[in-house]
Design a protein around this ligand. Structure first.
Ligand code: ADP
Length: 523
C-alpha cells in the first residue's frame, strides 16, 4: 500500500539552459564551419576517427553531394588521406605528423590526389589538443586547396625566370638604373662592355661611367624624362671602361613608372658602336680610294681627248698619236680596274659558288704561265714551273687567275733578266703553290696589308706598273674560298716568295670572307 510519496524536485533550469546553450553553440559552430571556404576537421586520437568534417573538407576528400556517402565514408576517406599524398611529399608529411602527435602544431603544403583524379596542392594546419596529463586527445585543423595559388605562383616564377634570362642573356647591354643614376641591375653583355662586374656597377652611377663631354646632353635628356617631356632618350655617347678606354655606344633608355606614374627606374640598352664606326670608316676610305683610282685614268683620258679635240696637234700626227696612246692605255687600265673591282665583289659576295672539278695541276700551271709569258719575255725574265703529275679538286679558272696575279707581280717587281720560279709541293692534306722572285722584296710591315684592296708598298706602284692594287686581294679571296691560306715571305732587296695552299678536300660551303667584304658590297 502506498502510504507515502516522497518527491524530490530538482530545479533543472540551469541544466536545460546549459543544454540549450550547448546546442545553440554547437549549431553556431556548425554554421560557421560549413560556411568557411577552408576544410575544417576534428580528429579524435583515442578512436582514430574524424568526429567532424565540414563540407569543404569533404569536397577535398570526395563528392559531398553523393547520396550514398555517409560521414563514416568520408571519415574512412580521410583516414586514407596519407596514401593519397603525392609520394614525393609523403615522407615529409609523415615526419610532421609524428611531431604533431607529440604536441607540435602542423602546417604543411603538399600535393594530394583529389577524388576527381586531379592532383591538388593542399595547405593543412593542425593543432593538437592535450588533456591535463599532456596526452594528445584531439586534433583540430584546417585544409585549404591552394592549387590555383600555387599554379599562379609557378606561372609567375616561370615568367620571371624567362624575363631574367632574357635580360641576363640578351646579346645587347641592358641595365636598370635608379632615377639618381645608380645602377640597380646590369646584364652580362653590359658588364663585359664596360669591364665592371655587376656588383661593382651597383656601387656606381651611370654618370661616373659617362665620358665627361657627354654628361651635359645625358643630364638634359634625363631631366626631360623626369619632368615627363620626353618618353625615351636615344643618344650616341661614350662610356669609359674600367680599363680607361672610351667606347662609343648607342644608348636608348626609357622610364618605368608605378601605377601612380612615379618613376621607379630607367631601363636602358646600349649597343657597341665600335664595329659599325670602323666599318663606316673603312667604307669611306674605300670609296675615296676607289673614286681616286677611277678618276686618275679618267682625267688622263679626258685630258688627251681634249687636246686632240682642240686640234693643236693637227699638223703633228706623232704627238696626236701619242695622245691617242695615252687615252687608250688609260682606258685599258680603267677597264682592268672595273673588272678587278667586279671580280673582287663577286668573290666576296659569295653569291657565285666555286665551279669545283678535278683538274690536272700541270694544266693550271701551263695556262697561267702562257698568259704571263709575253710580259716575262718583254723583260727577258725566265719563267720555270715543275712538270708535275698531280690532280686537284678546285675551280680551275680561279686558281689560274690567282697564279696569273702572283706571276705578273713577280715579273713586275723583278729587274729584267731576273728569274721567276713556280713551285708546287704536295702534302697529304694540301697542295702548296709558291711563286718565287728575286725582285725588290717587300718591307716587313707591309707583308700583311698588301693582301688588302688598294694597298701597295709604294703609292705609285699600281699606276706605274699597270696594276690595279686589287690583284692580291683577289688572290686571297680565291684561296680562302677554296679553304686554303695565302702568305708571303720576303727580304727587301733579295726577293719574295708568295705561297698559297689548296686543301685536298675543299669545303663545300665557301668560307665567309671578313676583310673588305662590307665595303665592297656597299660599293
Ligand atoms: P698591284 O700589283 O696591282 O699593285 P697587288 O694587290 O697585286 O696590286 O699587289 C699589291 C702590292 O704588293 C703591289 O703594289 C706591290 O707594292 C706589292 N707586291 C706584290 N707582289 C710583289 C712582289 N712579287 N714583289 C714586291 N712587291 C710586291
Amino acid at each position: 500500500q502506498l502510504t507515502e510519496i516522497q518527491a524530490v524536485g530538482r530545479d533543472v533550469t540551469d541544466l536545460k539552459q546549459a543544454e540549450a546553450a550547448l546546442k545553440a553553440s554547437d549549431a553556431r559552430f556548425r554554421q560557421l564551419a560549413e560556411a568557411v571556404r577552408e576544410g575544417f576537421f576534428i580528429f579524435e586520437t583515442t578512436t582514430a576517427q574524424y568526429s567532424y568534417l565540414n563540407s569543404a573538407c569533404r569536397a577535398i576528400a570526395g563528392d559531398p553531394t553523393a547520396p550514398t556517402a555517409t560521414d563514416e565514408d568520408y571519415a574512412r576517406g580521410m583516414t586514407h588521406w596519407l596514401q593519397k599524398i603525392h609520394p614525393a611529399d609523403r615522407d615529409r608529411i609523415e615526419q610532421a605528423l609524428q611531431q604533431e602527435r607529440q604536441g607540435q602544431n602542423f602546417s604543411e603544403e603538399y600535393r594530394f590526389l583529389h577524388p576527381d583524379g586531379s592532383m591538388r596542392w593542399l595547405h593543412s594546419q593542425a593543432f593538437p589538443i592535450q588533456n591535463e596529463t599532456g596526452e594528445v586527445v584531439r586534433i583540430v585543423g584546417t585544409v585549404e586547396d591552394i592549387t590555383a595559388r600555387k599554379q599562379s605562383a609557378a606561372a609567375l616564377q616561370e615568367s620571371e625566370e624567362r624575363f631574367r634570362k632574357a635580360f641576363d642573356e640578351a646579346p645587347i647591354g641592358m641595365s636598370l638604373v635608379a632615377p639618381n643614376g645608380q645602377f640597380l641591375k646590369a646584364n652580362a653583355h653590359y658588364c663585359q662592355l664596360v669591364g665592371y662586374s655587376e656588383a661593382e656597377l651597383q656601387a656606381m652611377t651611370f654618370q661616373a661611367l659617362t665620358h665627361p663631354d657627354d654628361l651635359g646632353q645625358d643630364a638634359a635628356g634625363m631631366h626631360q624624362m623626369l619632368t615627363g617631356h620626353l618618353q625615351t632618350l636615344e643618344m650616341e655617347k661614350r662610356y669609359i671602361t674600367k680599363q680607361g678606354t672610351a667606347i662609343p655606344v648607342l644608348m636608348k633608355t626609357a622610364p618605368i613608372r608605378d601605377a601612380s606614374g612615379q618613376i621607379l627606374y630607367f631601363v636602358g640598352h646600349i649597343q657597341d658602336l665600335r664595329e659599325r664606326l670602323k666599318v663606316e670608316r673603312m667604307k669611306d676610305e674605300f670609296i675615296s680610294v676607289v673614286s681616286h683610282e677611277l678618276r686618275t685614268p679618267l682625267t688622263s683620258i679626258r685630258g688627251a681627248l681634249g687636246i686632240l679635240d682642240s686640234n693643236v696637234f693637227q699638223d703633228r700626227p706623232d704627238k696626236a698619236q701619242h695622245m691617242l696612246k695615252i687615252a687608250l692605255s688609260n682606258s685599258e687600265h680603267l677597264v682592268r680596274l672595273v673588272n678587278d673591282i667586279l671580280d673582287l665583289e663577286r668573290l666576296q659576295s659569295g653569291k657565285v659558288p666555286l665551279a669545283l672539278q678535278v683538274c690536272e695541276v700541270l694544266d693550271l700551271l701551263q695556262q697561267a704561265v702562257q698568259s704571263v709569258q709575253p710580259i716575262a719575255d718583254e723583260s727577258g725574265i725566265p719563267l720555270t714551273y715543275p712538270q708535275i703529275t698531280q690532280t686537284i679538286e678546285a675551280d680551275p679558272n680561279a686558281i689560274v687567275q690567282a697564279l696569273i696575279n702572283l706571276l705578273s707581280n713577280a715579273i713586275k717587281f723583278s729587274a729584267p733578266g731576273s728569274p721567276v720560279v713556280l713551285e708546287v709541293t704536295t702534302t697529304p692534306l694540301a697542295l702548296q703553290f709558291a711563286v718565287c722572285d728575286r725582285g725588290r722584296g717587300i718591307p716587313p710591315d707591309k707583308l700583311e696589308v698588301i693582301f688588302e684592296a688598294f694597298q701597295q708598298v709604294d703609292v705609285s706602284d699600281a699606276r706605274r706598273r699597270g696594276g690595279t692594287g686589287l690583284g692580291l686581294a683577289i688572290c686571297k679571296n680565291i684561296v680562302q674560298q677554296h679553304g686554303g691560306q695565302i702568305w708571303v715571305e720576303s727580304t727587301l732587296g733579295e726577293g719574295s716568295i708568295f705561297y698559297f695552299t689548296v686543301p685536298c678536300t675543299v669545303p663545300l660551303q665557301p668560307q665567309q670572307q671578313e676583310s673588305n667584304s662590307i665595303c665592297l658590297n656597299g660599293f
